[in-house]
Design a protein around this ligand. Structure first.
Ligand SMILES: Cc1cc2nc3c(=O)[nH]c(=O)nc-3n(C[C@H](O)[C@H](O)[C@H](O)COP(=O)(O)OP(=O)(O)OC[C@H]3O[C@@H](n4cnc5c(N)ncnc54)[C@H](O)[C@@H]3O)c2cc1C
Length: 604
């Protein structure tokens, strides 16, 4: 039997990045609005594991309760592996567990949302005010595209590591033509090396998540109700109007609760904001989706909307670990949870918000566009894609590449020493696939999820190039002490490019390594074994015309019903060349404005 109903004006299903922004903005503007936020995961309030930036990797530990591990189908393209794609699962969502890299999309990405996908009000000029509104840019004053009074603080963090500095010094000599920029997220220039910016408050050294900056500061409002540890099962309708939700306790956080359905009613609006995996799942359990998917999951169909759960995209990455000199400043001790390191850096963080606890160790990088020579080196498999997508879009990069001052994979398997990692990810992968429910009743049932990583040869060609290019930087860094072989290709020991476990840096003008056909094969095999998510899932409830498999219109209304919107990264109709937190926040800011206009709320 369902529990007694409670009544709200607006229900937000999912308390992640976009959901917290919407709830926070609306409740701050009109405290009389009765708002319910239902979040699957736990609270994160004042928890050092979320507040201290350097703890970010702990959330990816297999026992983590703050991310959900979405397991894909096994695929031959990735050496028979089942790729795992974690997403945030706590109040604050991805913003509370992410790597805090501050990167903004290309202006043309948002322009495409308007011009190619027909979403009036979502072009770059319309979104720039929201990009300013959400942030306080602590790095430099008076920059046109940045904001200075928003909730989210942007800085370089509490310390800049040697690894980042060395990368920029090497870049200035090794790749003189590209040059550097003081702001890779100003929408003015890409393909230049830069000191990397972070979602960290320079004054306090804390993570700039959404929940502490938009929502917890509104908790005094008794009309704002936040339920954590509850899973939204489905939206409920009267005729074709959404009038509420059904939700159930998440046994992981409420082990003693009776596992019965609770109903909450929404008199004005239901907003689904459960992320690229959660939002399509809620719609499908509510009978909105493709006939075949719903039939297989035992759900009776309400609206035929075949785009639900389709158009799934991510940015595929590879993290390659290198040995670093023992005097390098790296996060390895904190990541390995060494008590002395945690104590030392926590003390400094408590005192002045500085030091290693106040950084993510990602201090430099580049959004890369290839020169004609580099395009030839990447090879013909990518050239077709270059001609189709990039050649006439000069602000779109093909890869991000940069160093991390820490071990790049599961640190528990590596010998205890200092490391750095080189990371490269594809900005617009060609593989675009799906995530669907397999059960209409069991909210814990595995998803039918296939990200199809490396199913397209252009993606493979880019990642192979990324390894070679990043390696040239790595071996030139003064802190370089060799390669941690288990995270490198299995080149033959007789090969001229074989990995070296203990080594010293080469001179900057040393010729680049040359890879034989056999080496190329080892590199392909390696890339298939290593490629993984960049945790940037998006696109599964795409905002585009219904006849083009769209799920929501440009006011975020789900086609075919009333009173129901989706707002989070799932609405992105196409990929963005950036880590996706920035886009998730501005979708929240824009959604709050749309809702305020429709409901006559002022002051958002
Ligand atoms: C490990 C990791 C590292 C990342 N690193 C970076 C980075 O360095 N820089 C950057 O810009 N971006 C980064 N990102 C990406 C960025 O954080 C996300 O794109 C963004 O937070 C997504 O926002 P969202 O609102 O779409 O979804 P989310 O923030 O994931 O929010 C969805 C919320 O809905 C909840 N939910 C799901 N289903 C249900 C349900 N049925 N009922 C109730 N609640 C539900 C989830 O628990 C979650 O809290 C990273 C993400 C992760 C996971």
């Amino acid at each position: 039997m369902p529990q007694a109903e409670s009544i709200f004006d607006i229900i937000i299903a999912g308390g992640g990045t976009t959901g917290c922004v919407i709830a926070g903005r609306l409740t701050a503007a009109d405290a009389s609005l009765r708002i319910l936020v239902v979040e699957t995961g736990p609270h994160t309030r004042d928890d050092v594991m979320h507040r201290q930036p350097a703890r970010f990797k702990a959330h990816l530990h297999p026992e983590s309760k703050t991310v959900k591990f979405n397991v894909a189908k096994e695929s031959a393209h990735v050496d028979g592996r089942a790729v795992v794609v974690p997403c945030g699962q706590c109040l604050g969502g991805g913003s509370s567990v992410n790597f805090m890299m501050y990167t903004r999309a290309a202006a043309s990405d948002y322009q495409d949302w308007e011009t190619i996908y027909g979403n009036e009000g979502w072009g770059f000029d319309s979104l720039l005010p929201f990009l300013r509104k959400c942030e306080s840019y602590q790095i430099a004053p008076d920059k046109d595209t940045h904001g200075y009074s928003g909730p989210i603080k942007i800085s370089y963090g509490g310390v800049v590591t040697d690894i980042g500095n060395e990368f920029l010094e090497v870049a200035a000599q090794y790749d003189k033509d590209r040059g550097s920029t003081s702001d890779p997220s100003a929408f003015s220039e890409i393909n230049k090396y830069a000191r990397w910016q972070k979602y960290i408050d320079a004054k306090t050294g804390t993570r700039s998540d959404v929940v502490h900056h938009y929502l917890y500061n509104q908790e005094h409002n008794k009309n704002l109700v936040i339920k954590t540890g509850y899973i939204v099962k489905r939206v409920i309708f009267e005729n074709h109007r959404a009038v509420g939700i059904e939700y159930v306790p998440n046994a992981r956080f409420h082990p003693d609760a009776q596992q019965e359905t609770i109903i909450a009613r929404a008199e004005k609006l239901v907003v689904v904001s459960a992320g690229a995996f959660g939002s399509p799942a809620i719609l499908e359990r509510s009978g909105i989706g493709a006939a075949e998917v719903l039939k297989n999951a035992g759900v009776s169909q309400r609206v035929e909307l075949p785009g639900v759960g389709e158009n799934y995209q991510d940015h595929q990455s590879v993290f390659v670990s290198y040995h670093a000199s023992e005097d390098s400043l790296t996060l390895d001790g904190i990541i390995r949870r060494e008590p002395a390191e945690i104590e030392k850096w926590s003390a400094e963080w408590e005192k002045n918000g500085k030091g290693l606890m106040a950084t993510n160790g990602i201090d430099a990088g580049i959004k890369f566009r290839p020169s004609p020579k580099e395009l030839t080196a990447i090879g013909p498999d990518f050239t077709r894609e270059w001609q189709r997508y990039f050649v006439n879009a000069p602000d779109k990069p093909v890869l991000w590449m940069g160093p991390l001052a820490l071990f790049g994979a599961d640190a528990s398997v590596a010998p205890e020493r200092k490391y750095f990692a080189m990371v490269y990810f594809i900005e617009y992968p060609e593989s675009i696939v799906h995530t669907h429910i397999t059960s209409g009743e069991d909210v814990g049932a595995p998803l039918d999820f296939d990200p199809a990583f490396l199913s397209r040869p252009g993606d493979l060609a880019l990642l192979k190039y990324g390894y070679k290019w990043a390696r040239e930087f790595a071996r030139r860094l003064p802190s370089y002490r060799g390669e941690y072989a288990p995270t490198h290709p299995a080149f033959l020991q007789s090969s001229s490019v074989a990995c070296t476990a203990e080594a010293t840096p080469v001179a900057v003008d040393t010729p680049d390594l040359e890879y034989s056909d056999e080496d190329e094969k080892a590199l392909e095999e390696y890339t298939r074994k290593q490629v993984g998510t960049t945790w940037h899932s998006l696109g599964t409830c795409a905002m585009k015309p219904r006849e083009q498999n769209g799920v929501v219109d440009s006011k975020l209304n789900v086609y075919g019903v009333e009173g129901l919107k989706v707002a989070d990264m799932s609405i992105a109709p196409a990929n963005v060349s950036a880590n996706t937190y920035s886009t998730a926040v501005i979708i929240g800011e824009k959604a709050a404005m749309i809702i305020a206009e429709e409901l006559g709320i002022v002051g958002v």
